[in-house]
Design a protein around this ligand. Sequence first.
Ligand code: PXP
Length: 240
Amino acid sequence: MAELSVNVDHVATIREARKTNVPDPVAAAVLVELAGADGITIHLREDRRHIQDRDLKLMRQMVKTRLNLEMAATKEMVLIALDTKPDKVSLVPEKREEITTEGGLDVIKHKNQLKNVIRKFHDQKIPVSLFIDPELAQVECSKTIGGDAIEINTGKYSELKTDSEIAKEFKKIQDAVDAAVKLGLNVNAGHGLTYKNVAKIASIQAIEEFNIGHNIVARAVMVGLDKAVKEMIEAINQRA
Ligand code: PXP
């Protein structure tokens, strides 16, 4: 059964809209765990637009499942992560001006830098996942540089409109997952996934974990976090 790690960044987005102290993403993380999620994901961004350093510190103490820290492979973030020791880190590309993560990490282009960063985490026994587009060369390079897992970027898949485009991208995802499994990488997926489109992606049995944020928080505003998380777990288990 594929697992669900809920990204609670956008609970913090609502708080930061007023620079106040509610809603608290740390409290949200507790509720998400009580609803049955397998992990909590947060992205500490360079510009601190949602998650703050305080959230990371408190979540490190409170989260009882698994804390996955999404981060850019910058000097500052690596130091913070090595100090906080999340259960795992997911390396993502980051641009200040983007609304959300745009595209996967180009592990081929940044392979030397990423290799060094991965080694630092491995010295602390922290596994590293690389967020990449479903491209075979990126999958292979992720293995070469020492990644433990890949997270397939489903952002493009989620945005496509026509059946033929969707089928083509689905095939790319499937091929990338197959290649990763052959190389002995753990496989996760995420970005842009919704209650509607997750079952189809979850039909790829080798995907072990989904990282889903915005759609769950959006639904939670309407029906509450507990229901929103439970419905996503159900949607994943429906495996089209
Ligand atoms: N995975 C990664 C690497 C991400 O950067 C994000 C967005 O923070 C997600 C998953 C979750 O995406 P969404 O909020 O669209 O579900």
